[in-house]
Design a protein around this ligand. Structure first.
Ligand code: PXG
Length: 479
């Protein structure tokens, strides 16, 4: 989440807009930038420096491409913010929203009411999710999803009469959103610094980041096991009777596409079961096909008690989040009276209608299958071949259509750059100027393109990434 202190000069070669893509713009780029600087506070940004350099104004998108207000065509290696799974410009989603807005633009799901879109969505999610997930609670974002997770976890233990089970264990460098609960659950120090009020009873253990944190001669599997066993140590320190849940992203997304070795999640699950602690998988990025499985916990082979969903649920066309409850958790919530939680827009009919249309595309066009069997393996292979023995690439993590490229001063010795964040920003700017969106998290470069990407487009991303990383190495005097 390091958008801060990044001054990007958009020195782009002028390109005429492709006529089919020309957009009727209301204002010039300069006018847009001036108004944006005058009135808009951006998320996770140093507004002083951003206002001096000016934002890039994105005006249109189709498939895996974006167009900015100056007519530049940019390939989106990040699917927006890890969310536009079906790609841009799908009319089916626009039609679903239009139809639903005319029929029933809003009604709530409080006070003994419901409506067809939320019913259809719940039934479809139950069909697509693994077998024990048959109940869903709705909200508007991943952050609200994780707030909801906390509410469900506490209600669950209250129904069991285990009122002392209050602590939730999370991980350093995890990301769970930016509400107070999401930000506290997350392990981003720079967010915690700006949050004098945090949610109580949340503690963090270390992350399974092999390249950056493994000491000595541990193998990735041994290291991942040791990091999972920190959970057991933390539970014993707090007392199992006081621990309610463990939450983690199956792979850390915003934290750098950190993929733990195969030993990690089975051990976490074993520990959670042993001490009667709920296991929560935050699937906000991993859900809906990113790894080639419908949910990332299926890729890693474990069974959570709760899953947090957002982003790919609607492919970002409208905001929506959800929490999926394992049958044993759902049963406790259903059979024990009022659950006092809800939002005006819980199960919003337009969002639900768009989600249904989106999930049907992912299923019926076999988009998730393609990520698993075709485009995902191709993407991973191209990246690994292209960057094998690259002088500043230390590791490539990922599966399906998500990848993290570790920038390193000495890849073989696993030696990172002392000023890794600056190197990431240099590389990110080269990507930007080469019309590729690739995200930098510190010294890791991240890719997570729309799941509809084809092989030619994958080639374009990989070759643009190579150019940017080569240019970064050259600027650093490394070759
Ligand atoms: N959990 C995870 C795993 C996430 O990645 C959230 C929860 C919160 O979702 P909302 O919808 O409240 O933002 C996220 C969000 C980035 C970036 O730059 C990542 C996220 C959001 C914004 C930027 O990597 N992830």
């Amino acid at each position: 989440m390091s958008y801060r202190t990044e001054e990007v000069a958009y020195v782009q070669p002028a390109q005429p807009a492709a006529s089919a893509q020309a957009v009727q713009q209301q204002r010039s780029t300069a006018e847009y930038r001036a108004l944006d600087a005058a009135h808009h506070i951006h998320p996770f940004s140093d507004m002083g420096s951003l206002n001096r350099s000016g934002s890039r104004v994105i005006v249109k998108a189709q498939g895996v491409y974006l167009w900015d207000s100056e007519g530049n065509k940019v390939i989106d290696g990040m699917a927006g913010l890890w969310c536009v799974n079906v790609g841009y410009g799908r009319k089916e989603l626009a039609d679903a929203a239009y139809k639903q807005m005319q029929e029933l633009p809003y009604y709530n799901t409080f006070f003994k009411t419901t409506h067809p879109p939320v019913i259809e969505l719940s039934a479809l999610l139950a069909e697509l999710a693994p077998e024990p997930f048959n109940h869903f609670f709705y909200c508007n974002s991943g952050s609200e999803g994780n707030d909801t997770v906390l509410r469900i976890v506490h209600q669950y233990w209250a129904t069991k009469g285990k009122h002392s089970k209050k602590f939730v264990i999370s991980r350093k460098n995890g990301y769970h959103g930016s509400t107070i609960a999401g930000g506290t659950l997350g392990g981003m120090g720079y967010m915690h610094e700006q949050m004098p009020s945090k949610v109580e009873n949340i503690v963090h253990i270390d992350q399974p980041y092999f390249f950056g944190e493994a000491q000595g001669n541990l193998s990735p599997e041994e290291f991942a096991l040791a990091r999972a066993q920190q959970l057991e140590a933390k539970i014993l320190e707090i007392g199992a009777d006081n621990v309610a849940a463990f939450i983690g992203e199956p792979f850390q997304g915003a934290g750098g596409v950190i993929f733990p070795a195969s030993t990690y999640w089975p051990e976490i699950q074993r520990i959670c079961r042993k001490y009667d602690i709920l296991l929560v998988a935050d699937e906000v990025i991993g859900g809906f096909g990113r790894t080639g499985e419908w949910f990332a916990h299926q890729h890693f082979g474990f069974e959570p008690d709760l899953i947090t969903l957002a982003k790919g649920l609607t492919s970002g066309y409208v905001p929506m989040g959800a929490v999926g409850l394992h049958d044993r958790v759902a049963k406790a919530i259903i059979e024990n009276g009022d659950f006092n939680h809800g939002l005006t827009y819980s199960g919003h009919p337009v969002a639900a209608a768009v989600a249904v249309a989106n999930l049907k595309l992912l299923r019926d066009e076999k988009i998730v299958d393609r990520v698993k069997n075709d485009t995902g393996p191709y993407f991973q292979k191209q990246l690994r071949e292209t960057f094998a023995n690259h002088p500043i690439i230390g590791e490539i993590s990922g599966a399906g259509l998500v990848a993290g490229l570790q920038l390193a001063q000495d890849p073989k010795a696993r030696k990172r750059f002392a000023n890794g964040g600056d190197v990431g920003t240099i590389c990110r700017d080269f990507c930007f100027n080469g019309n590729l969106i690739m995200r930098a998290t510190g010294d890791r470069m991240l890719l997570s393109p729309p799941l509809v990407i084809n092989k030619l487009e994958i080639d374009e991303i990989v070759s643009k990434a190579k150019k940017a990383i080569d240019a970064t190495a050259q600027q650093l005097g490394i070759s």
